[in-house]
Write a protein that binds this ligand. Structure first.
Ligand SMILES: Cc1cc2nc3c(=O)[nH]c(=O)nc-3n(C[C@H](O)[C@H](O)[C@H](O)COP(=O)(O)OP(=O)(O)OC[C@H]3O[C@@H](n4cnc5c(N)ncnc54)[C@H](O)[C@@H]3O)c2cc1C
Length: 407
């Protein structure tokens, strides 16, 4: 079996142009706003996206009919990693969460009319969106079966009631994709349905901005209330009661694209540390000549290389039409932790400089930590990985021989 890891020429060219664009156009803006794009507001988002369009690197993931480059998952892995080198790169290319995952879901599940109304403007970057799944305790979090937001049938549509939190980008989004229970009770899986809800409908309200460790996601994270929100039948995304299945359509690719983007940040952090290790002199030698620093640099190279291969393997399975449930869980768990280790080592190598705001390392440190929690905490993935493995029944060779002998 031969494994060819060379990206095709189109992907390689797009990745090279993305790297150039991110380093020359996006990185200075990242420095200016210290990694917090929200501080630059809509003006910065629109200006960066216009520049990405001019550079021919905008929306690499979306189908060509919606103005994108139509990359498959393997192609995305190569290009998104380059975009992720800067915290603002994904925003510039229109591949930041949650919009990127929502575009993927809408392409897969929405009707043609819904695609025109919701996907097209999102793909063009003229609007933003959010994804409303998680609820304050005792509602849905790691365990989606705890879903307690309800949608009950009413004349001509549905009434949605409930409260969500940690809804990234909700403030200023044109609409949200909201998961609500349409059958069963919290605690049993029952049925959930996804609804496309315009942000200006009566009864939907941003309760507050949540103060968080991370600040780089555009518009932050909000708590959102749904109080007798009326949604029409046309607002149902896919089929009623199939919401948990559609969540899987979004989640496996979305957790991988998070991995791709954060891998870019890990590489950037390692570059900052290596540059420092080359220049800084102490104890009569360069920092980079000291064995313990070399060990940290080497361990980070190993984490980066292993992360990339795990991402590519899961992407290959998705491109072949397989579920990639196990491989994407493995990749997500490993990459979320590996990226944290790389950024932490880079900060350590830089000493007090790493803690300061004079490099972006302290910002990166705060930004990568929550990735061990969203898109499934490491513990939830480990639990699922083990359960899948334990379900696999292997017949030991000795048993097979004994059976043959008795036959
Ligand atoms: C920065 C950020 C952005 C987010 N954006 C969004 C968004 O846009 N939309 C949205 O809907 N949600 C969003 N979330 C929410 C995210 O999806 C949830 O935080 C995640 O699903 C975990 O749920 P929870 O926080 O309720 O933790 P809980 O479910 O309360 O879990 C708490 C802890 O329990 C442990 N645990 C979980 N499962 C197991 C297990 N099987 N065995 C042992 N221990 C376990 C883990 O350590 C876990 O961290 C975001 C979260 C963060 C931090």
């Amino acid at each position: 079996m031969t494994i060819d890891l060379t990206p095709d020429p189109f992907v390689a060219d797009l990745a090279a142009r993305t790297a150039e664009f991110v380093r020359t156009v996006v990185a200075p803006e990242e420095e200016r706003v210290a990694g917090v794009a929200t501080d630059g507001g809509e003006e910065l988002r629109l200006r960066l996206q216009a520049a990405a369009r001019d550079a021919g690197v905008f929306a690499p993931h979306v189908a060509k009919e919606y103005g994108g480059h139509g990359l498959d998952m393997r192609g995305r892995a190569v290009v998104f990693e380059e975009a992720g080198w800067s915290l603002l790169g994904p925003l510039a290319l229109n591949i930041a969460a949650p919009d990127e995952g929502n575009m993927h879901l809408l392409e897969a599940v929405a009707t043609e009319a819904q695609k025109e109304r919701y996907l097209r403007p999102l793909a063009e970057g003229t609007v933003r969106s959010s994804f409303s799944m998680t609820e304050p305790a005792p509602g849905a979090g790691s365990d989606p079966a705890a879903l307690s937001t309800t949608a009950t049938p009413t004349s001509g549509g549905w009434l949605v009631n409930g409260r969500k939190w940690f809804i990234t980008g909700a403030d200023g989004a044109a609409y949200t994709i909201c998961m609500a229970r349409t059958s069963g009770e919290p605690g049993d899986r029952g049925g959930a349905t996804m609804f496309l809800i315009d942000a200006d409908v009566p009864g939907m309200r941003i309760v507050r901005h949540i103060d968080t460790l991370d600040e780089a996601f555009f518009a932050g994270h909000c708590e959102v209330e749904f109080d007798d929100v009326f949604v029409s039948e046309e607002s149902v995304l896919g089929e009623v009661d199939k919401g948990f299945d559609y969540a899987q359509v979004r989640l496996a690719p979305a957790r991988l694209t998070h991995c791709m983007r954060w891998l870019g940040i890990a590489r950037h952090a390692q570059e900052i540390a290596v540059e420092r290790a080359r220049e800084r002199e102490l104890f009569g030698s360069r920092l980079g000549d000291l064995g313990m620093v070399q060990a940290m640099v080497a361990d980070s190279e190993i984490d980066i290389a292993a992360s990339r291969l795990l991402i590519w393997q899961a992407c290959a399975e998705l491109d072949e039409g397989r579920s990639a449930a196990q491989s994407s869980s493995i990749a997500k768990t490993f990459v979320a932790e590996a990226v944290g280790r790389v950024v932490d080592r880079s900060l350590q190598i830089c000493g007090a400089l790493g803690v300061s705001g004079d490099t972006l390392l302290s910002r990166y440190h705060r930004e990568v930590r929550p990735f061990r929690i969203y898109d499934g905490p490491s513990e939830t993935h480990r639990w699922a990985i083990a359960k899948r493995r334990l379900r696999q029944i292997a017949v030991p060779a000795v048993t097979t021989e004994k059976r043959t002998a008795h036959a």
